[in-house]
Design a protein. Structure first.
Length: 240
């Protein structure tokens, strides 16, 4: 069974680099990082700067365990107290700041593609409020001119499994109007769900393909520009 890693691996590694003489490999192994990441921290070349986190204070290591590691470069540090798993509490889903601007696009896509999903479900799925959902639905949102419906799974706002579950739950809650006969058997409903899932996956695949094609075109354009520049330099050299 693999040893658990510290609660904040990068911050812990940064502290160990600054405050101990442990080898980079020992720190990398204990923190579950690549040795090159630890090397970059030591050389101050890491793309992100981390505030050191003392693993002794948190109980994950002891001074005696650190001293054993410093005395023997081949010694593997042992986790003294594994961090407690933090379960998500009830409330709105947390969305990274970098993705919050994508929320309106994801909400608009659900409203357009799955009108059967309730506002409460959208709020739980995307991590938003009823006011925002209603503003997008009635087009009174302050940024409505720039909102483009996009699959929230592709945007990284939720997983495909969570979206499928919301669609399935909403489908079960659709009321049957008085006098309406439900002719479609359960098998047909299941087939419809599978078709819907397949359609969502196809949309994601097409979006990924379009992004890949755009990247290839940009790369080809950059190559042509470099070739033109090289040819121009050769022409200038021959004339000189």
């Amino acid at each position: 069974m693999a040893q658990p890693t510290p609660l904040m691996p990068h911050a812990t590694a940064s502290w160990l680099v600054d405050n101990t003489s442990l080898s980079f490999s020992q720190i990398a192994e204990f923190c579950g990082l690549h040795i090159l990441e630890v090397q970059a921290m030591a050389d101050d070349l890491a793309s992100s700067k981390y505030t050191g986190r003392d693993p002794v204070h948190s109980g994950e290591l002891t001074h005696a365990e650190i001293e054993r590691g410093q005395a023997d470069p081949d010694y593997s540090l042992k986790m003294q107290k594994a961090p407690v798993d933090v379960s998500r509490t009830k409330g709105p889903r947390y969305t990274p700041v970098s993705k919050r601007q994508d929320k309106p696009d994801g909400i608009a896509w659900i409203i357009r593609s799955h009108p059967e999903i309730s506002d409460a479900q959208i709020g739980k799925l995307i991590g938003t409020t009823r006011n925002t959902i209603n503003a997008i639905r009635d087009r009174s949102h302050w940024n409505i001119a720039n909102i483009q419906p996009k699959d929230p799974v592709t945007l990284g706002l939720c997983s495909q499994r969570e979206l499928d579950a919301a669609v399935a739950k909403a489908a079960k809650n659709i009321p049957v109007t008085e006098g309406e006969e439900v002719e479609a058997p359960v098998v047909d409903q299941r087939d419809d769900k599978e078709k819907l899932i397949e359609e969502l996956r196809r949309e994601r695949a097409e979006a990924a393909k379009a992004a890949s094609q755009a990247a290839q075109e940009a790369e080809a354009e950059a190559w042509l520009e470099a070739k033109r520049a090289a040819e121009a330099d050769e022409g200038a050299s021959s004339q000189g």
